[in-house]
Design a protein around this ligand. Structure first.
Ligand SMILES: NC(=O)c1ccc[n+]([C@@H]2O[C@H](COP(=O)([O-])OP(=O)(O)OC[C@H]3O[C@@H](n4cnc5c(N)ncnc54)[C@H](O)[C@@H]3O)[C@@H](O)[C@H]2O)c1
Length: 254
């Protein structure tokens, strides 16, 4: 699919990998709706790229449906969904006090990262399936964001790894399911990227993380994620696949 002239939705578009992807889509000529829980950040990005900002909670059915409708009212129906919103925590199964980790903490991460991704995907797909087919019968494309933690999660990453592993597991069946509607689904599993979250870590920690990446031994640039996300949209034969983007990194246990 050509990105130029298409309407696109970017969840988590107010920061980090989502922000870079929103900017790249706009550079390539898409009309971009920046969907984020944090409206101020979404507005900052949307203003810069001539898009619109919509406060959205991806894990809430009404909020996500309203965002899809509002974006369509401004830009026309979207054929591109970049799902990049996500949260992460680390928590040992048994705390220092000997008590089990709170169940709510696990549920919250799964709710945003996994259920939120499914929620946005199902609502986007239902709207997209009604559009006219383009070349090859294609109607739209979705990109999900997992993590290398889906495969080699570290100590304490139970919830995060489970949520991202769920996104990985959902990719192929959703691509198969939506094939009849001409909607493609791929997932990117990033390694370690230089986003605001990462930059809050002390410099020595960032350096040691970067050194653990075989090549190139530096944190990934958000623009590198954005380029791949946009390539997935334009390459019509990429479907049902999970692509690691990690400089050959394999995370150690801790
Ligand atoms: N940065 C990395 O190294 C890295 C590595 C692997 C995977 N990832 C994944 O990439 C994605 C982006 O990460 P990032 O580093 O850019 O993080 P970030 O915190 O900079 O951006 C995430 C954005 O998602 C938004 N968000 C959170 N919950 C939301 C919700 N319920 N509804 C809508 N928006 C919500 C936040 O407000 C934020 O703007 C996440 O899914 C993360 O798990 C990041």
């Amino acid at each position: 699919m050509q990105i130029k002239g298409q309407a696109a939705l970017v969840t988590g578009g107010g920061s980090g990998l989502g922000e870079a992807t929103a900017r790249e889509l706009a550079r390539l000529g898409a009309q971009v709706a920046v969907l984020d829980l944090h409206l101020d950040n979404a507005k900052r990005v949307a203003q810069d790229i001539g898009g619109i900002a919509i406060q959205t909670d991806v894990s809430n059915a009404d909020s996500m449906q309203a965002a899809i409708d509002q974006a369509a009212a401004t830009h026309g129906p979207a054929r591109i969904l970049m799902q990049i919103a996500g949260i992460g925590t680390a928590k040992r199964v048994i705390g220092k006090d000997g008590n089990a980790a709170p169940l709510e903490d696990f549920a919250k991460v799964v709710n945003v990262n996994l259920i939120g991704t499914y929620n946005a995907a199902r609502l986007f797909a239902a709207a997209c399936a009604k559009l006219d087919p383009m070349e090859d019968g294609e109607r739209g494309a979705m990109v999900f964001t997992a993590s290398v933690a889906a495969f080699d999660g570290q100590v304490g990453q139970q919830a995060y790894s489970a949520s991202k592993g769920g996104v990985v597991g959902m990719t192929l069946p959703m691509a198969r399911d939506l094939a009849q509607h001409g909607i493609r689904v791929c997932t990117i599993a990033p390694g370690l990227f230089a986003t605001p979250l990462m930059r809050t870590l002390p410099e020595p920690v960032q350096q040691s993380l970067a050194a653990s990446i075989p090549f190139p031994s530096r944190l990934g640039k958000p623009e590198e994620f954005a380029e791949l996300a946009c390539h997935i949209v334009t390459n019509g034969h990429l479907n049902g696949e999970v692509i690691r983007l990690d400089g050959a990194l394999r995370m150690s246990p801790r």
